[in-house]
Ligand binder design. Structure first.
Ligand SMILES: NC(=O)C1=CN([C@@H]2O[C@H](COP(=O)(O)OP(=O)(O)OC[C@H]3O[C@@H](n4cnc5c(N)ncnc54)[C@H](O)[C@@H]3O)[C@@H](O)[C@H]2O)C=CC1
Ligand SMILES: O=C(O)C(=O)COP(=O)(O)O
Length: 526
């Protein structure tokens, strides 16, 4: 039974959905905080659903030999070593929209909290102080909100802020002018944003480019009296530099939901009166948690059980509707890739996948990944459809796709051409009743299913060859299951693909190669 772990606090719906799909679910929200227990539980898990507390480091991934998918019930994946997961052939998925509205609302709540000092006023009033004059606030109306990052969440924050009649400007080098105009947002440089905005809110992923984007240099040019809000990731702000800017009054206040180190229990900024803090609550509403739990459970189950891929960060998407259409062609691609990979002599330099007919209209990326993975399999034990393209690139293998919507003889054909230092080999296959069949090897037509243990032969098309081969196989006590022949021209070079009943034994290749008509012989396993 397929085992999936849930190692963070996820909505119960996730358990229900996975169990309904006959998945063995291990739900322990404490697991993500206990490295040793997580490592142990990962030994036989095929999937894991996490939030931000579980750290899927390279070391943790190495402890999970059966893991096929890491599902992040949320957006940020900075707690997952995606490179290590990809190298290990593990799909990484998130739920990019399920908690976006909730997090944008938290940002707006933080902005109001700063402007009206609601948390501080609340604490004071509970202490019977009635400090009405102390908590003089600021209006948001007419103020400028500067967004650093205007993607899913930033754009929702923008629309809510516009509803409050704020002017919204954004620094986002990846946002087009057209999209910004559509959002009613003025695109500006980081420097302009810092000098113009009354409120600055961060909404970028945490990566090498964005780490410390609000650091000492930024606080030096920031508009005096600006407020800073961070509901994205802790590392985006240099917390020491923020403390200095708060100390000398350049920054009027900050609202933080996320921290460089989490959980943040003892933080120097917690003692600042003009800092509002929440414990990474951005995504914590019932609605958002229901959304992400349901979405990630369905995505994990679909991937493990049907091969559908949704919201993966390291492989192409395949919808539930596309999966059944693609599956037979993925199977065909795997067979063709496996045949060419097993016959490839030496390092693979290039792989060309050609789609002809109806198949050219389908999404090609999953088929190409399957082909490349199967070609490289004899050389790389750990290759799979997730890491195939990365491994191919690392090894300098050039991948080419060709498409034509016409196919002369079959509804659709798929061809794989593999180039090595010693030449090229090209095979074409088609589906017969949904089953993969090979229909051509180089320029030789022959029709064969590829399964089990097979003998691949290149021989001279001369009388007596089949009898001699039959005798050699009989001497080795090997039964022929199917025999498929093709030839270039009468009396010329012929090809044979022979299925043998040899689950454990090995065909006597030396004896076969010694037959006078044989030019090449190889054993293939599918
Ligand atoms: N506090 C919380 O509980 C939550 C936090 N988040 C975090 O919010 C952040 C934003 O999430 P989404 O809006 O969904 O992401 P997104 O990917 O939709 O948007 C990110 C935006 O940042 C922009 N960007 C990337 N690099 C940039 C750079 N160097 N400078 C300026 N802009 C840059 C991108 O072009 C994109 O428009 C993420 O860090 C995510 O982890 C998300 C959900 C909940
Ligand atoms: O989705 C995200 O990026 C978040 O930061 C939410 O984190 P959480 O699931 O609440 O631990």
């Amino acid at each position: 039974m397929t085992k999936v772990l849930i190692s963070d606090a996820l909505g119960e719906d996730a358990v229900r959905i996975l169990k309904a799909r006959d998945i063995d679910v291990h739900f322990d929200p404490a697991l993500g905080k206990d490295d040793a227990a997580l490592r142990e539980a990962l030994k036989d898990a095929e999937g894991i659903a996490i939030r931000s507390a579980t750290k899927m480091t390279a070391e943790m991934i190495a402890a999970a030999p059966k893991l096929k998918v890491i599902g992040r019930a949320g957006i940020g994946v900075d707690n997952i070593d995606i490179e290590a997961a990809t190298a290990a052939g593990i799909a990484v998925m998130n739920t990019p929209f399920g908690n976006a509205v909730t997090t944008a609302e938290h940002t707006i709540a933080m902005m109001f909290s700063l402007a009206r000092r609601i948390p501080q006023a609340d604490a004071s009033t509970r202490q019977s102080k009635w400090e009405k004059s102390k908590f003089m606030g600021r209006e948001l109306f007419g103020k400028t909100l500067g967004l650093i990052g205007a993607g899913n969440i930033g754009s929702i924050v923008a629309s809510r802020a516009q509803g409050l009649k704020m002017k919204v400007i954004a620094f986002d080098p990846f946002l087009t002018e057209e999209k910004a105009q559509e959002m009613g947002v003025e695109l500006v440089s980081l420097n302009k944003l810092l000098t113009r905005a009354d409120f600055i809110s961060l909404h970028t992923p945490l990566n090498d480019k964005t780490r410390g984007i609000l650091g000492r240099e930024a606080f030096e040019v920031i508009r005096p009296g600006a407020f800073v809000i961070n509901c994205a990731r802790g590392g985006l702000i240099d917390e020491d530099a923020l403390a200095e800017a708060l100390d000398d009054g350049r920054v009027a206040g900050a609202a933080l939901d996320v921290y460089e180190t989490e959980p943040a229990k003892d933080h120097k900024l917690f003692s600042y009166e003009n800092v509002v803090v929440t414990p990474h609550l951005g995504a914590s509403t019932q609605e958002a948690q229901e959304n992400v739990a349901v979405q990630i459970a369905e995505q994990i189950a679909d991937y493990l059980l049907t091969g559908a891929v949704q919201n993966a960060l390291n492989m192409p998407s395949v919808t539930a509707e596309e999966a059944p259409q693609l599956r037979p062609f993925i199977n065909l691609g795997e067979k063709l890739g496996s045949l060419t990979g097993q016959l490839a002599d030496g390092a693979v330099k290039g792989i060309t996948v050609r789609f002809a007919g109806q198949v050219a209209k389908l999404k090609s990326a999953p088929i190409v990944s399957a082909v490349v993975s199967s070609v490289l399999k004899p050389q790389l034990a750990t290759v799979n459809a997730v890491n195939a393209l990365t491994l191919a690139k690392d090894r300098g293998v050039k991948i080419t796709e060709e498409k034509t919507e016409t196919s002369p003889n079959f509804g659709s054909t798929l061809s794989v051409r593999v180039e090595t230092a010693s030449g090229t080999l090209s095979v074409t296959g088609a589906l017969f009743g949904g089953e993969p069949r090979i229909v051509r090897i180089d320029d030789v037509r022959l029709e064969a299913s590829l399964s089990g243990c097979m003998l691949y032969l290149v021989n001279e098309d001369k009388p007596g060859f089949i009898a001699a081969l039959g005798e050699t196989l009989r001497e080795a006590d090997l039964n022929v299951a199917t025999f498929n022949l093709g030839r270039r021209a009468e009396g010329g070079e012929a090809l044979a693909l022979i299925a043998l009943d040899c689950p454990d034994g090995t065909p006597p290749l030396d004896a076969i190669r010694a037959l006078p008509q044989v030019r090449q012989a190889a054993v293939l396993r599918f």
